[in-house]
Ligand binder design. Sequence first.
Ligand code: CDP
Length: 194
Amino acid sequence: MMFTVAIDGPAAAGKGTISRAVAARFGFAHLDTGALYRAVGVKGGDPVAAARSLSPEDLARDDLRTLEAGQAASKVAVIPEVRQALLEFQREFARREGGAVLDGRDIGTVICPAAEVKLFVTASPEVRAHRRWLEVGGDAAQVLAEVKERDERDMNRADAPLKPAADAVVIDTSTLSVEAAVAAACAEVAARLR
Ligand code: CDP
């Protein structure tokens, strides 16, 4: 069976948590596509060459979740050749046997426009920055500024900007518990599987 769940949304909206939970619940594979861009961003050198030669070791680095890696990712993510180099891997992952969940910015709009389920997970910038601060620590004001700067860049780039697909279901997690957000996402998947 092929079944794709596309989960997009701005920085630190809870996409990762929801994606992992949906994948575990339905036995689907999960791909965090942000990790691909983070790995390209931290690799250094020519970003296009880095994207074309990305290896499992690049994706296993332990510094991919830092604020610096997030910034580097959003800077290389504006380059069309970088996005192109990562496209086929993501599409193949999405169509693997047994179902797949992909989370990112352009999964429902560009990578998998025919995904069976499309979710757009969002929350207020303040709530998202607080969640990211719980994850990375440091100066809270700097974390908020970083989240806003990255959203701005992701929404305004020419190639594959962050926006909900026309047929995406929006889940605002500002006032939802993790359990409630996961339940809402699973309900959408279950409804489509029936
Ligand atoms: O975890 P968080 O939501 O903060 O970020 P991420 O999903 O790891 O993505 C890091 C950056 O990669 C984003 O700010 C985007 O610039 C870029 N990205 C993208 O352009 N397209 C994707 N499908 C996934 C990430």
